[in-house]
Design a protein around this ligand. Structure first.
Ligand SMILES: Nc1ncnc2c1ncn2[C@@H]1O[C@H](COP(=O)(O)OP(=O)(O)OP(=O)(O)O)[C@@H](O)[C@H]1O
Ligand SMILES: [Mg+2]
Length: 317
């Protein structure tokens, strides 16, 4: 569990970058920190990771004050994805990934196996392990940054815009594979983004930050359906309901199994619910046959989609 109380940090004169922040990320929660550029997100992450000293306030990780925790212990327990990557330029991708496992004296074959797994997870070819950071594109380097943070399987992850410069296709893939592993590993994650869609898809809870303060927090559904002030509405306008649809798979809103759909309108049951809705709009059909492995997996109709969406499919408020 990560807990911050009364955290304040200024870099000099003027308004502090972080102003009296209280937050708690319970064990196993994926908490998204969302806010405009310069609002203090990276500073907050650095404070939590004890890379920057706070002017006042405290941070504890599993009840222990980070300032009194030996740095090696902190680095082992917390995987950190640095904004704009920060790979070691003179290390190959393999060595970059191996930094913490080597610190922990993992056996060589275990490190190699882990590196191969992480390359697959982040969608990079295995022969990239021998490349140097300067031989990678920005998005590829960023994925290596994610692999490095995950290398020693730390229970806590601080991720600062981890998918920021990854192309939309790979970004979606990374988001989904990360959520997939999160389902089983249940890490405690603080995930920074300024992308509202990403926040809605990834977050168990969202913290909205403005000028160094957390001004609103809630589940993705609460953020979209709830009332907020003008600043909050700039982020969570009605069109974000469409983005919230992508949190769910078509299957989750499926009304009946085996009922007939209109011929020609079928979609894979595992695609996002937003894709199913888009297909209804484009094809002009209000019922879709859901398929899995070529088999009929049920019917999704417009009203069951509406009902599902209003009532909330996941147990997330
Ligand atoms: N090392 C530093 N020295 C002085 N000022 C800094 C330093 N780092 C950040 N700041 C200032 O503190 C404020 C918060 O910066 P921070 O990097 O935390 O924002 P951010 O929310 O992460 O922004 P972005 O979304 O652009 O990454 C900004 O006004 C920034 O100019
Ligand atoms: Mg930042």
């Amino acid at each position: 569990m990560i807990r911050a109380e009364g955290l304040t940090k200024s870099y000099g004169e003027g308004i502090p970058a972080v102003r009296g922040v209280d937050l708690a990320v319970p064990r196993g929660e994926l908490c998204v920190l969302l806010g405009p550029s310069g609002c203090g997100k990276s500073t907050l992450l650095r404070l939590i990771n004890a890379l920057t000293r706070a002017d006042s306030g405290t941070v504890t990780v599993n009840g222990r004050d980070v300032r009194n925790t030996p740095p090696e212990l902190l680095r082992r327990g917390i995987g950190y994805v640095v904004q704009n990557v920060g790979l070691f330029p003179h290390y190959t991708v393999r060595r970059n990934i191996a930094v913490v496992p080597e610190l922990l004296k993992w056996k060589k074959p275990d490190i190699e196996k882990r590196a191969a797994f992480l390359m697959e997870l982040t969608g990079l070819p295995k022969n990239y392990l021998d490349k140097y950071p300067f031989e990678l594109s920005g998005g590829e380097a960023q994925r290596v940054g994610v692999a490095r943070a995950l290398a020693a399987d730390p229970p806590i992850l601080l991720m600062d815009e981890p998918f920021g410069s990854v192309d939309p296709l790979n970004r979606e893939r990374l988001q989904r594979s990360f959520l997939e592993i999160q389902k089983t590993l249940k890490k405690t994650v603080l995930f920074v983004t300024h992308d509202v869609s990403e926040a809605l898809i990834m977050g168990d809870r969202i913290l909205l930050m403005r000028e160094g303060q957390i001004v609103r927090s809630g589940t993705p559904r609460e953020m979209v359906f709830g009332e907020g002030d003008a600043f909050s509405r700039e982020f969570f306008g009605a069109e974000m309901a469409l983005k919230l649809l992508s949190r769910y798979r078509a299957q989750e809103a499926c009304a009946r199994a085996g009922a007939e759909g209109k011929p020609g309108c079928s979609i894979s049951a595992d695609l996002p619910l937003s894709d199913a809705f888009a297909m209804m709009l484009v094809k002009g059909c209000d019922r879709l046959t859901l398929t899995r492995d070529g088999e009929d997996a049920g019917t999704l109709d417009f009203y069951s989609l509406l009902r599902f969406f209003r009532e909330g499919g996941r147990n997330d408020g």
